[in-house]
Design a protein around this ligand. Structure first.
Ligand SMILES: Nc1ccn([C@@H]2O[C@H](COP(=O)(O)OP(=O)(O)OP(=O)(O)O)[C@@H](O)[C@H]2O)c(=O)n1
Ligand SMILES: C[C@](O)(CO)[C@H](O)COP(=O)(O)O
Length: 224
């Protein structure tokens, strides 16, 4: 079955506080978005990447592709107002419903081939795959008169790639936008379907703040 990867890199990285959006920052000498793209292309020699970029950074993205990759396997599309709209723009490039579609944050450079394979296997069996990890910290919920403890064994932290059969994700994303749509699982649930959780990977962090970049660099150096 055809595999599509919507690699979302259309954000501005406000929390990173850098002039250059975090997906273009150098991580051990290569742009952050290089790593996840390379892992997908290596793991799935038959996949097509749809790289979603801010309009003003499309030329920079094209330069990265020219420098490192086979351009025939990668299309570029312009990002949207929110992550949801960026994913929608990417999905507009997918013609084939009979496919597996991965949506991955370009700012999760440490994603492993093993996790990609787990997601693919789950999609082929169940139709969806949402990687999750346990919560290591204690949790508190804010309530009207203060705060209260939350049982962390009932909570999972959600990662990407979030992967689906095309017959699920393509119709689900025709839904009207809601603020709670921070990931694909939320959209598919709002469409009326349940999603399948798979084991994520603690190393598969999202680069959100400056310290995350230092952690990712150290992890990559250890892996070399
Ligand atoms: N309109 C948007 C917003 C986000 N993203 C992408 O979604 C992923 C996860 O989002 P996040 O970490 O929140 O990135 P930013 O929105 O860039 O960061 P911030 O919220 O700090 O501004 C990133 O790869 C980001 O580029 C996107 O493609 N289009
Ligand atoms: C999709 C996601 O990476 C799952 O953890 C996350 O929701 C995206 O980050 P954001 O800060 O909500 O944009």
């Amino acid at each position: 079955m055809k595999k599509y990867v919507i690699l979302v890199a259309g954000g501005n990285g406000t929390r990173m506080n850098s002039v250059v959006p975090k997906q273009f920052l150098l991580l051990n000498g290569k742009p952050v978005l290089y790593y996840a793209m390379n892992t997908f292309l290596q793991q799935f020699p038959d996949c097509k990447i749809i790289l979603v970029l801010p309009e003003e950074h499309i030329a920079a993205g094209q330069e990265i592709i020219d420098a490192f990759f086979d351009y025939s396997r990668i299309d570029i599309v312009t990002g949207g107002r929110t992550r949801f709209h960026s994913v929608q723009n990417g999905l507009a490039m997918v013609q084939d419903e009979n496919s597996v579609i991965f949506v991955h944050d370009a700012v999760r450079p440490l994603v492993s081939g093993a996790l990609l394979q787990r997601c693919l296997d789950a999609v082929l069996e169940f139709g969806s795959a949402i990687p999750v990890v346990d919560c290591k910290d204690s949790l508190r919920r804010l309530v009207d008169d203060g705060n209260e403890a939350v049982d962390r064994s009932l909570i999972k932290l959600v990662q990407t790639p979030q992967a689906f059969h095309g017959k699920i994700l393509l119709p689900a994303f025709k839904i009207d936008y809601k603020d709670k749509f921070t990931d694909e699982a939320n959209v598919v649930e709002a469409f009326g379907l349940k999603v399948m959780l798979v084991e994520g990977d603690a190393a598969n962090i999202k680069i959100t703040q400056p310290a995350d970049l230092i952690f990712a660099a150290a992890m990559l150096q250890t892996a070399e």
